[in-house]
Design a protein around this ligand. Structure first.
Ligand code: TMP
Ligand code: ASP
Length: 256
């Protein structure tokens, strides 16, 4: 397996050539970065947890008819995905004010928004992923108007699904980021959800205590990241109740 061709290496993941044409292997690393990789640390066990949490979310999305690139999990750190052409946009959906929205508009963190808000950022590390509008996206050809409509419909469906999923686990979905890709099937192309959805790409607050259970623990130097991600996995039923990952060298995962 070491001889596999590496297609792409990002900050938290590596993509390898898959076993069949049109497939890739997505490998989750333990690297945590923030502020466009100015801050970087290795956090033991993060990749294993994100692989498992993202698998759970993408499998559920597939099951309710929201198309994704996900095929199946292969092992502790890897999943088999369909090869797609990534649209160079980070699609952020917000339900509650936090992070850059609070900073930009001076709205206190934790304020419920009047409705869910979708934002687009141009995926470009050299530029620091600047926020862009639909005008920029169509003018520069990153996505066609119909594709933007499809992306927004997917974003709303994913937000509704995730909000309910986390609500059932006593967690408030404050915001999240998703990416989309173009999937070719014969001569048809359609937009699917790609990349990952995990506590690295969501803001998740405990419903009762407002404690942060996401990558803000790393961004804001709060500590306890693996414990928080393990708690998310446990509440989603991915980790067994009797496991106490904080007391073990690594997380113990349910077989399956
Ligand atoms: P923001 O408030 O910093 O704009 O982040 C909004 C959401 O997007 C939050 O859930 C974290 C996620 N996010 C990423 O997944 N990757 C990124 O590079 C950034 C800036 C945010
Ligand atoms: N993943 C992004 C980076 O390194 C930022 C973030 O998630 O805050 O730089």
């Amino acid at each position: 397996m070491n001889r596999r061709r590496r297609i792409y290496e990002g900050k938290a993941k590596i993509l390898y050539e898959g076993p069949e044409p049109g497939t890739l292997v997505q490998h989750f690393k333990d690297d945590a970065t923030a502020f466009n990789a100015k801050k970087h640390e290795i956090i033991d066990g993060k990749g294993v947890l994100n692989n498992r949490i993202s698998e759970y979310i993408f499998q559920n999305l597939n099951d309710i008819g929201v198309p994704t690139h996900f095929l199946r999990r292969l092992n502790m750190r890897e999943q088999l995905i369909r090869e797609v052409e990534i649209i160079p946009l980070e699609v952020v959906v917000r339900n509650v004010a936090a992070g850059s929205l609070s900073t930009r508009l001076g709205i206190e963190e934790g304020t419920q928004l009047p409705r869910s808000i979708i934002e687009f950022y141009y995926k470009n590390d050299a530029l620091g992923d600047p926020m862009v509008s639909e005008e920029h996206i169509t003018a520069f050809g990153w996505a066609a108007p119909q594709e933007i409509d499809d992306i927004m419909s997917l974003a709303i469906r994913v937000n509704d699904f995730l909000s309910g999923l986390f609500l059932g686990a006593g967690i408030r979905l404050v915001d999240f980021k998703m990416e989309c890709g173009r999937l070719w099937e014969n001569d048809m192309v359609r937009i699917v959800v790609a990349d990952e959805i995990s506590p690295d790409s969501c803001r998740l607050w405990d419903m009762k205590t407002n404690e942060k259970m996401d990558k803000d623990r790393f961004r804001r130097d709060l500590g306890g990241l693996v414990e928080a991600y393990s708690e998310v996995a446990k509440r989603l039923g991915i980790l067994t109740e009797s496991d106490n990952p904080a007391a073990k060298p690594g997380p113990t995962l349910v077989k399956g």
